[in-house]
Structures are given as structure tokens and as C-alpha cells.
Design a protein around this ligand. Structure first.
Ligand code: BG6
Length: 475
């Protein structure tokens, strides 16, 4: 159980709040993981009452415990630009401190589109909200900032500077909720607590790595946000690269916060930038067919909803291993997976018995059905020798009777505990932006074709060609 807290969520009527934050907060409440005294303030520009605010969550408000939960939930109307709303909030937060008889920890959660971050930070500073109740001391406040953190390297540096002018590093929580996914966290244990994987987890044995983030949904009601951002910034800069880091990083010196963050940051730093003139060859940008019909999307928009790329990493362990990574919306399936494909070394003795084209593969299923599959070659039953690939499977649900904690619940718990391991540090963010910004430059300069793919498909044919031309295929 944690000490009392007040969490102010900016952008409380938005999609992130509806889809992830509120369900996670309510989930933690139902599990008894929140303290007796906690206060959540939704801050948004919409002029609505507390009651109308509660009704924004129809999937939750039929739950019998919702009635108890909303006693902790309040709405604060305000525009992000105008200090008036912030001043109202100050009064309410001061009243809470008085009621509790202590400086209650204040958490400010920026769940708005990134264009609003600067103005909110400015107002948190100028109204002294950032300083907490013992004004002049920032001991009691934390800032939580969602991705995308900036629009490119330059804006990310600028935003980070603004953040660090107001808050100390220990107060800053830069969220990438993929780091909170159970099987992403499991990667350290899987790779380094088992003696059998580490010796082959390198360029002597690995042929290539594939990472896929495939989503069945399109952009839904998020057109206004998404059309100015695109999937490269929305998903690849953060979630996709974090998955790559999870399977390529070195063993951290310890499980202390900075050692784990160091290992992650070194992995991302080691990703070799795709030079602008090579971007057309190594990066595919696609858009699903019905994108133009989506709400709040510019006429003739060329925003990408799919990206696939091939790149390398410059570490002794990973050098020369091609990494193929793709992320797309309106795809055939909801699946997030990483596959480590090992070099096929079917012994010469077996050649005439039909060596499968792909031999050993370790597939880490991030969602759904979190688990790990291992493909190997077996003798087909029967009197004759004949070979076929088979799979061994581990599923979190079957193995532990639970799929583990929801990523946002984990992220929120860590924020409440002040635990920063699963949050991005400046250096890892800047390295990922450097990589992504180089691609953006390539797109600007050479304007490669945006390829249209069928809704409900596995993305454009060009993404298949990207890997096929190396004699490989998506698993
Ligand atoms: C978010 C992106 O960060 O992650 C969304 O903004 C994306 O576009 C979502 O749909 C995917 O998260 P999850 O947890 O549903 O895989």
C-alpha cells in the first residue's frame, strides 16, 4: 500500500485516458493496490461536470466497484494555456493537504497530444504547482510524460531541457508502456538466468532477428493526433526500438536502476543509423487503404500507418545480424512478437532427408497469449527418416495461471513507488530519436513512395520484398 497521492491527469477526456489510464487505475483500485486516501483530478478543456466525466467510461461504470472508485475522482475544467484552471487546482490540492494534514505527493500526468506539453510545463512552473505544497521544495511532486516525446531529435532535446529546468531527474517519468509488458520484463530473466541461451545469443549463431507490432485496429477516433505524427514516431521510435533493445542488450551489471537503464541505452545507441540516401532501400512506408476515409485526417494525407525497416547494430554481440522490424495498423492480426532466427546448420548427413529451410527459432510473444515458442527439427514419426520443424511452447497463462500484470498498471505502480527502472532516460531517448530523425530526413529529401496496403492484410508487398531480397521471409 502506498502513501496518499493526488494525480492530476492532463488530457483526461482523451483516448489514452479512456483506453489505458482509467482502466488501469480502476484495476489497481479493485485489487486493493491503491491507498485509502488518493485523489485523481482529470484536467481538460471540455466544460463538463464530475458526473459527465464519470460517464466517459461506459465500459467501467457498470462494475459494482465503480461507485466507490469515483469518490476519488474529480474533474477540473481548464484550458492548458490559461493559468485560471491551474489556480483552481492549486486551491483544491491545498485543501487536500489540509484535510490529510501533510504534503500529499502530487503527480502530474501529461496524457495530451505532445503539442501541449510545453505550455502545460510552463504553467506548472509559473503557477508553482510544480513545486508541490512545500513551495520552494520539489520533494513532493513527480511529472509523468507520455510518448511521443517530441517530433524529432531537435524537439526532443528542447523538451528534455525544459523538463530538467523544472524538475530533477528523479522526479521525471518518461513513459513507454511497452517496458511494463510482462514478457518484455521477462527478457532479462529468460536471456541471462538460463545458461543455455546466452552462449548462442550472438552473431555466430543468430542469422537474423524479426520484430512485429501488428494491430488490427485503424486509428479510430485518433485522427487529429495521428495524422500529424505517423507510425514511425508513434510506435517505432519507442515501442519497436524498445523490443529490439530487450533482445539485443548486454547483461546489466546489476538490477539497480541505472545499470539496467545503462544496458538499455547502450543497445539503442548501438543501432546504426540508416543514411538518408539508403532510406528508400531499407525502409518501407505504407498506408492502409481506407485511411483517407478516417475522421480528422487531412485530404490527401501521406501519413504512414505502417513502417518496415532493416538495420544493424554495432556491438560485438550483434554486429552484422540483420534486424527486420515492422509496425502497422489495420493489419491482419493483433500480434506483437520477436523472433530470433538461428542459422540453419542442418548437418550434411541429413540433407537428403529434407532439411527444413528454417531450423531453430525462438519466438517471444509479447501479446496476446504472452509466452515463448521454440522451434526445432524433429524426426517425423514413421519407419523412414524424414525431418520436420516442431515447436515447444511456454504460455504465461498455462505456466503461471496468469498473464501477469497489465502494462499500465505496472507503470502506474512504479510511478507511485518512485521506481524509475522501466522509464526512459534522456540518453536512450535521444539515441532512438537520432535513428528515427535520420529516417525522417531521408523521407524529406528523397520523398520515397508511400505504398497503399489492403485493410486487414500483413502490410504492403514491399515489406515482404524488403526481407525476401535477402533470401528470408517474415515468420
Ligand atoms: C500507443 C500508440 O503508444 O501504443 C498507439 O500511441 C498504439 O497507436 C498503442 O495503438 C499500442 O499499445 P498496446 O499496448 O495496445 O499494444
Amino acid at each position: 500500500m502506498h502513501s496518499p497521492f493526488v494525480m492530476t491527469i492532463f488530457g483526461a477526456t482523451g483516448d489514452l485516458m479512456r483506453a489505458k489510464l482509467m482502466p488501469a487505475l480502476f484495476g489497481l483500485f479493485k485489487q486493493g493496490s491503491l491507498p485509502q486516501d488518493f485523489f485523481i483530478f482529470g484536467f481538460s478543456r471540455r466544460e463538463i461536470t464530475d458526473q459527465e466525466f464519470y460517464e466517459l467510461f461506459p465500459k467501467l461504470n457498470t462494475d459494482p466497484m465503480w461507485g466507490d472508485f469515483i469518490k476519488h475522482l474529480h474533474y477540473q475544467q481548464g484550458t492548458f494555456e490559461d493559468p485560471a484552471g491551474y489556480k483552481e487546482l492549486i486551491k483544491k490540492l491545498a485543501a487536500i493537504d489540509e484535510k490529510i494534514g501533510a504534503c500529499v505527493t502530487r503527480l502530474f500526468y501529461l496524457a495530451t497530444p505532445p503539442d501541449n506539453y510545453e505550455i502545460i510545463l510552463d504553467n506548472l512552473k509559473s503557477t508553482k504547482l510544480a513545486e508541490g505544497c512545500g513551495q520552494g521544495s520539489n520533494k513532493w511532486t513527480r511529472i509523468v510524460i507520455e510518448k511521443p516525446f517530441g517530433k524529432n531529435l531537435e524537439t526532443a532535446i528542447h523538451l528534455d531541457k525544459k523538463l530538467s529546468d523544472i524538475f530533477e531527474e528523479k522526479q521525471i517519468f518518461r513513459v513507454d508502456h511497452y517496458l511494463g509488458k510482462e514478457n518484455v520484463q521477462n527478457m532479462l530473466a529468460f536471456r541471462f538466468a538460463n545458461g543455455i541461451f546466452e552462449p548462442v545469443w550472438n552473431n555466430t549463431y543468430i542469422d537474423h532477428i524479426q520484430v512485429t507490432i501488428s494491430e488490427k485496429n485503424g486509428i479510430g477516433t485518433r485522427g487529429k493526433f495521428f495524422d500529424g505524427v505517423g507510425n514511425l514516431r508513434d510506435v517505432a521510435q519507442n515501442h519497436l526500438l524498445q523490443l529490439v533493445a530487450a533482445v539485443t542488450m548486454e547483461q546489466p551489471k546489476s538490477f539497480m536502476k541505472e545499470d539496467v537503464r545503462d544496458a538499455r541505452a547502450h543497445a539503442i545507441q548501438a543501432i546504426t543509423c540508416i543514411e538518408p540516401e539508403k532510406v528508400s532501400e531499407h525502409v518501407v512506408r505504407g498506408q492502409y487503404q481506407s485511411y483517407a476515409d478516417e475522421k480528422n485526417v487531412d485530404l490527401g494525407s501521406d501519413t504512414e500507418t505502417f513502417v518496415a525497416m532493416k538495420f544493424f547494430m554495432d556491438t560485438p554481440r550483434m554486429k552484422n545480424i540483420p534486424i527486420y522490424a515492422r509496425a502497422g495498423k489495420k493489419m491482419k492480426e493483433d500480434v506483437v512478437e520477436i523472433s530470433i532466427v538461428f542459422t540453419q546448420t542442418c548437418h550434411v548427413l541429413f540433407k537428403e532427408y529434407g532439411c527444413p529451410e528454417i531450423g531453430n527459432v525462438i519466438t517471444i510473444r509479447i501479446q496476446p497469449d504472452e509466452g515463448i515458442r521454440m522451434r526445432f527439427i524433429a524426426k517425423k514419426p514413421g519407419s523412414k527418416l524424414s525431418l520436420e520443424p516442431v515447436e515447444m511452447k511456454f504460455s504465461y497463462q498455462e505456466g503461471f495461471g496468469s498473464r501477469g500484470i497489465d502494462a499500465y498498471e505496472k507503470i502506474l505502480l512504479d510511478i507511485l513507488n518512485g521506481e524509475q527502472i522501466l522509464f526512459n532516460r534522456t540518453d536512450e531517448l535521444m539515441s532512438s530519436w537520432k535513428f528515427i530523425t535520420t529516417i525522417l530526413h531521408g523521407w524529406e529529401k528523397y520523398n520515397p513512395k508511400l505504398v497503399i496496403y489492403e485493410d486487414g492484410s500483413w502490410g504492403p508487398r514491399e515489406a515482404d520484398d524488403l526481407i525476401k531480397k535477402d533470401g528470408r521471409r517474415w515468420i
